[in-house]
Design a protein around this ligand. Structure first.
Ligand SMILES: *Cc1c(COP(=O)(O)O)cnc(C)c1O
Length: 359
């Protein structure tokens, strides 16, 4: 079976973990600090704050900006549930804006109509490894005095007009095993605001600035040094991993017939967290079944847009319609693109798709 993801763990990660185990410092310690510094440097920002997951990175980022009950955060409905759930955790309400069907990212032309007196932030999701249209988003944010919190959980190292994902305001990354780099589980907040980074660290550690004095409500969202040791080694390989993903994507786009291959707009560097094609809605599930029979993994990211999820409809009363997101949910199929694939495996993926689409 050609799998959708395969964490690339080498002798460096194994050695680094053993060193932590021998060091006696297992919880948050010097390796977390080193990982934060290296991650900030990769993004071109001043500070990074490690957490337990991408979800908690988003949650802490929202809290540290003071977002809570009564506030609204504009985001995409075509994303993993964590983008919107992190807003719910704070007591604020996610407000959805439909996507651009070519990029799968939030359509800036539709954002202003969703801005109200309650809007505090825009949370663009850089889906599949492609940045959102940040110039347009930053212009709207500036005009309406809104924060920009990037859900960069799928876009480690992605570039928009010379700047890295996570460097446009506040960034949040995931280090889950299927992401472009991993620490097992883990998350990272990026910012160039020292005061904001400090507030994130306080919330991460039970609202504590002075040991056992608690001025606000916080959480235990600390990363362990074991995770950070893995993450540090992975970060050194990120550029190489992303180059391999890009080369794999170029190969697939050159070979595939009968499906709509991913768009890379001018000035963007796509890091292909997922390689996602569009297939006629009536054929998508049959193609997936055909690939399965040929030993080729594939996945639908995501079959149900957030505004159509049961919890959002039944418990939160969402009844909006976002036709581009709904159409994408019916047509998308992600194919294997991870850096562990051989050229023979990529050829098998392309041949299996082409065989079905020609038939
Ligand atoms: C993975 C992901 C998250 C959440 O990250 P976890 O580490 O799994 O908590 C949030 N948003 C998007 C777009 C993601 O892909």
């Amino acid at each position: 079976m050609i799998n959708m993801a395969k964490p690339q763990i080498g002798p460096e990660e194994k050695q680094a973990v053993l060193e932590v185990l021998d060091s006696g410092i297992l919880a948050q310690g010097p390796r977390v600090k080193a990982f934060e510094e290296a991650f900030a440097s990769m993004c071109g920002v001043g500070y990074a704050v490690a957490t337990t997951s991408g979800t908690t990175a988003l949650h802490v980022a929202l809290l540290a900006h003071g977002i809570g009950p009564g506030d609204e955060v504009i985001t995409s409905p075509f994303t993993f549930i964590a983008s919107a759930n992190s807003v719910l955790y704070t007591g604020a309400r996610p407000v959805f804006v439909d996507i651009d069907p070519k990029t799968f990212n939030i359509d800036p032309a539709k954002i202003e109509a969703a801005v109200t007196a309650k809007t505090r932030a825009i949370m663009p999701v850089h889906l599949f490894g492609l940045c959102s249209d940040m110039d347009a988003i930053l212009e709207i944010a500036q005009k309406h005095h809104l924060l920009v919190i990037e859900d960069a959980c799928q876009s480690h190292g992605a570039v928009y007009k010379g700047k890295k994902a996570g460097s446009f305001g506040t960034g949040a990354f995931s280090l889950y095993p299927t992401k472009n780099i991993t620490s097992g589980e883990g998350g990272m907040i990026t910012t160039s605001d020292a005061g904001f980074a400090d507030e994130c660290k306080v919330i991460r550690q039970h609202g504590m600035r002075v040991r056992y004095y608690h001025d606000e409500l916080g959480y235990n969202f600390r990363m362990t040094d074991i995770q950070a040791a893995i993450g540090l080694e992975q970060l050194k390989k990120l550029e190489k991993f992303n180059q391999k993903r890009q080369a794999n994507a170029t190969l697939l786009s050159g070979a595939l017939k009968g499906v709509q291959v991913p768009t890379i707009p001018e000035g963007y560097e796509h890091v292909f967290h997922q390689y996602t094609v569009r297939v006629d809605g009536n054929k998508r599930d049959a193609l997936r079944k055909h690939l399965q029979e040929r030993g080729v993994g594939s996945e639908v990211y995501y079959p149900v847009p957030v505004h159509k999820q049961n919890y959002y409809v039944k418990n939160l009363g969402y009844d909006g319609s976002f036709p581009e997101s709904e159409k994408a949910a019916a047509e998308v199929l992600s194919l294997p693109v991870h850096p562990g694939l051989s050229s023979a495996e990529l050829a098998t993926v392309a041949a299996a798709v082409n065989e079905f689409m020609a038939g």
